[in-house]
Write a protein that binds this ligand. Sequence first.
Ligand code: SF4
Length: 66
Amino acid sequence: MKVTVDEDKCCGAGTCVMVAPDVFDQREDDGVVVLLDVQPTADLHESVREAANMCPAAAIALDEQS
Ligand code: SF4
């Protein structure tokens, strides 16, 4: 799995950070998402999918084939 985030779309809601804190963080100044792990291990995939589904800005894209 390969994860990408669109910083321009992100509205800083922080949902992804709550759901998958090993993969996502937020910038301290404006709350925009910071991607910590581009290719998370298999044990994290479920939470990453959940984070992508819950993101209110649809700013998280997943490539399941990578
Ligand atoms: S859930 Fe979406 S909008 Fe919220 S911080 Fe994460 S990427 Fe940004």
